[in-house]
Design a protein around this ligand. Structure first.
Ligand code: HEC
Length: 331
């Protein structure tokens, strides 16, 4: 039918634009034209890609340009220096240890805090301060008031000025804070080959991995693996980011003698001192969990009471039936 129409008639129909079929028709014509041209170019491309000569020359070109680039600059283009990655590049991630205070209802092991304090005092306190902990904080946690007072009195504190304006030394009191091993940062650095032993009060919170990290650090000293060079005065520890730490291994079996007879192995001392430091960073820990239990009990009771009250109050309202008695229009 269409073939019998003249070109003029055809144009006329298209120019009206009102007929649906004419728009469809012109659309399909354009599509077929596009298709024809794509087909032509793709077949040309295919024949080029399929030719072995083209493939061989492209490979040669690639290899040649890479060879030229590496010859010129000494490295591969777009590839950073390749080196074997090592455990200590980012710090070996510590394992998750089953701390006895880990669960939501668990308190600290206070006997362990007491042993941990002993390890801190006898080993770590030679280099690390514990600025935020006062003697009084130990009372009722790891020591009795008399024990804490006796320990405080062994330390001399600067006080004053007295009536003559002089500073004087006096034995410590419960209100005094733990004595620091160095008077200032410079002294601490010069005593440790330039490295600053950080204050340990909040160290468990201040390090990624917390207690697990500190425990792994204290027990993780090993010989540097083949190919890793450690400067003099530095020590290799895969848990420390970078691997080279200024602090040497400090815990060795039998270093302290526990008063409760616990065998003082390296891992036992590390566990105790980390429990102590964990308490130092979170002294509110036990109370917080107690409050948590109380809050859950109280709020869940209140929740059930409020449900009951709601049903009780709304019961009559929701169950009532409202009738509408239309007035009798009989008069
Ligand atoms: C001889 C001094 C010395 C003793 C003793 C010592 N440390 Fe250190 N400690 C250092 C120094 C120095 C650094 C800083 C290391 C660095 O930055 O390379 C350090 C760093 C640390 C760090 C921080 C690591 C980090 O991730 O930044 C922790 C935690 C730590 N010590 C815990 C302890 C504990 C716990 C003890 C006791 C068992 C202890 N240290 C005993 C000197 C000491």
């Amino acid at each position: 039918m269409l073939s019998r129409l003249t070109a003029g008639a055809f144009k006329k129909v298209a120019s009206f634009g009102a007929s649906r079929s004419s728009t469809l028709f012109s659309g399909s014509r354009a599509a077929s034209a596009r298709f024809a041209s794509t087909k032509a170019s793709s077949s040309a491309f295919e024949s080029l890609a399929n030719s072995r000569a083209a493939f061989a020359s492209a490979s040669l070109f690639t290899v040649g340009s890479i060879a030229w680039y590496t010859h010129l600059y000494g490295t591969l283009p777009f590839v950073g220096k390749v080196h074997a990655s090592h455990l200590s590049d980012e710090g070996l991630h510590p394992s998750a240890y089953p701390w006895s205070h880990k669960g939501p209802l668990d308190s600290f092991d206070h006997a362990s805090i007491r042993r941990g304090y002993q390890v801190y005092r006898e080993v770590c306190a030679a280099c690390h301060s514990l600025d935020r902990i006062a003697w009084r904080n130990l009372v009722g946690v790891s020591h009795t008031a008399d024990e804490a007072r006796a320990m405080a009195e062994e330390v001399e504190y600067m006080d004053g000025p007295d009536a003559q304006g002089e500073m004087f030394q006096r034995p410590g009191k419960l209100a005094d804070y733990m004595p620091a091993p160095y008077p200032n940062e410079e002294a601490a650095r010069s005593g440790n080959a330039g490295a600053l032993p950080p204050d340990l009060s909040l160290i468990v919170k201040a390090r990624h991995g917390g207690a697990d990290y500190i425990f792994s650090l204290l027990t993780g000293y090993i010989d540097p693996p083949a190919g890793v060079e450690i400067r003099d005065g530095m020590n290799y520890n895969p848990y420390f980011p970078g691997g080279a730490i200024s602090m040497a291994r400090v815990l060795f079996d039998g270093l302290v003698e526990y008063e409760d007879g616990t065998p003082a192995t390296t891992s036992q001392m590390a566990k105790d001192v980390v429990t102590f430091l964990n308490w130092a960073a979170e002294p509110e820990h036990d109370e917080r969990k107690q409050y948590g239990i109380k809050a859950v009990i109280i709020f869940s009771t209140l929740f059930w009471i409020s449900l009951y009250v709601k049903r009780f109050k709304w019961g009559p309202i929701k169950n009532r039936k409202i009738f509408y008695n239309p007035p009798n229009n009989t008069h």
